[in-house]
Design a protein around this ligand. Structure first.
Ligand SMILES: [Cu+2]
Length: 486
């Protein structure tokens, strides 16, 4: 949750630091931050835009993003092709919205990978500026991680290789181009990357059509349906979107469903409830929890995912349940439309976590606005791709104590996302771990003035990877740093 004051502070501080980085490097990538895509404008005063008329909610069914078919498969690898290009979406029923999308779709096609089986994706960039494709939560070699300066230039194609040597998990892919990640993701460069795990099959969790990925986000749409983009725009992003459609409904049978919920908003934290119904949390960012965690409220900061099982079998056909955000209001509605036999279950034991090796070093780190430069910073410094901030020997385990120092401006929320690894949250200052946080995580919320301690084992891959706040307006303005695994 964030306050209006903190958002105004974001606008002030963000605008200033953008000016700083533009002055410093007028011809570099920062310039792109104020160069509009043709047909899209950068709006400097989002509050002056005439908003799209708010239509009646729950009039359009929620689509499920199509699963991409491999163009070729071998014994151990599936090959895919995707293009990043402009497209048109129907976020609101009566208006067309120009978007940037994978295969032109506002929510890109879903890649369904399998644990232990390699995926190769040829990504062609048909946009007018560089992009970088990052699979959020994936354990991959540095050359395929989508480093912010490792761009796919306009017209070019780049081949990314994903080994999928990790547990089954709900991951997602999105743009990570330096200074452009927030705007590109906002305009639609996001999609699901799901890893199915043969080890999960014996659990008999809901699967097939009862395993539904749901990508949540928000947007500010003007009266023509166009996305309004501005770094200080978050307070105006009042349209709640699920799988690319504003406030859809989703017909369900009276049985169990596995819902893979991802927060793809660049700034909003979703605090979700389902008309008081119980949601059984079974997975966190990096895969299954050791045991299900019942909850009636689900908090997801930007980039976080949660797999929950909802048993609509507790309800009669005709019952409707609204999934709502505490701040943004109704997001979508589940309509129980029919009875159906259900052979799925949720066992009391899901999957043991991997052992936690002893840490050999502990680092401290801070996220916060540098009050002298007004840049969003980690340890006081804005991101510099030429600088390696920390060096980590491969195969070692570290504990990071990460503090959010932004108590001024009414307090700014941050979170921290590490590339390359799934970590464990081992301690939170002043509060117990949040539901599901005992599982594998790649993104963790850090409230203003508080710290968290996390523990990560840096495996076999070497090279440079970033870690950053996943409120992408913050990382775009510098709250990102670089680790080199050696
Ligand atoms: Cu932040």
């Amino acid at each position: 949750m964030f306050s209006r004051r903190s958002l105004l502070a974001l606008g002030v501080a963000a605008g200033t630091s953008a000016a700083v980085s533009l002055t410093r490097n007028p011809t570099g990538p920062a310039r792109a931050a104020v160069t509009p895509h043709p047909g899209h404008g950068v709006t400097t005063h989002p509050g002056e835009v005439r908003p799209a008329p708010a239509g009646a909610p729950f009039t359009v069914p929620m689509p499920v993003p199509p699963v991409l078919r491999p163009i070729r498969s071998t014994a151990d690898t599936d090959f895919y092709r995707m293009t990043m290009r402009p497209g048109r979406a129907r976020i609101l029923p009566d208006l067309q919205t120009p978007v940037l999308g994978y295969d032109g779709r506002f929510v890109g096609p879903t890649i369904r990978a399998r644990a232990g089986r390699q995926v190769v994706v040829a990504q062609q960039n048909l946009l007018d500026m560089g992009t970088s494709v990052h699979v959020h939560g994936a354990h991959v070699p540095a050359g395929s991680d989508g480093h912010p300066t490792d761009l796919v230039l306009p017209g070019a194609t780049r081949v990314y290789r994903y080994p999928n040597r990790q547990r089954g998990a709900t991951l997602w892919y999105h743009d990570h181009a330096h200074h452009m990640e927030a705007e590109h993701v906002y305009r639609g460069l996001h999609g699901f990357y799901l890893i199915d795990d043969p080890q999960e099959r014996s659990l008999r969790l809901p699967d097939g059509e009862y395993d539904v990925p749901i990508m949540l986000r928000d947007a500010h749409l003007d009266e023509t349906g166009a996305l309004v983009w501005a770094p200080d725009g978050p307070p105006f992003r009042t349209t709640m979107i699920a799988n690319g459609v504003a406030q859809p409904y989703f017909p369900v049978a009276a049985r169990r469903y596995r819902l893979r919920i991802a927060n793809a908003a660049t700034h909003r934290t979703f605090t979700l409830s389902l008309d008081g119904a119980e949601m059984l949390m079974i997975g966190s960012d990096g895969g299954l929890l050791p045991a299900p965690v019942p909850c009636t409220e689900l908090v997801l900061t930007p980039g976080e995912r949660s797999d929950v099982v909802v048993d609509f079998g507790h309800h009669r056909p005709g019952r409707r349940l609204v999934l709502a955000d505490a701040d943004g209001g109704p997001v979508m509605r589940f309509d129980v439309v029919r009875r159906e036999p259900d052979t799925s279950r949720v066992p009391d034991r899901l999957r043991a976590l991997p052992p936690l090796p002893a840490a050999t070093s502990e680092r401290t780190m801070s996220l916060g606005v540098n009050h002298e430069t007004l840049e969003f910073a980690i340890d006081g410094r804005a991101f510099d791709p030429a600088r390696v901030d920390i060096t980590i020997p491969r195969g070692t385990t570290e504990v990071w104590k990460v503090t959010n120092t932004d108590t001024a401006f009414g307090g700014l929320e941050h979170n921290l996302h590490l590339h390359l690894v799934q970590f464990r949250v081992i301690e939170r200052e002043g509060e117990p771990l949040r539901p599901g946080e005992e599982g594998l995580k790649d993104t963790v919320a850090i409230p203003p003035g508080r710290w968290v301690r996390l523990q990560a084992t840096f495996g076999e891959y070497t090279g440079r990877y970033v870690y950053h706040c996943h409120m992408l307006e913050h990382s775009a303005f510098g709250m990102m740093a670089q680790m080199e695994i050696v």
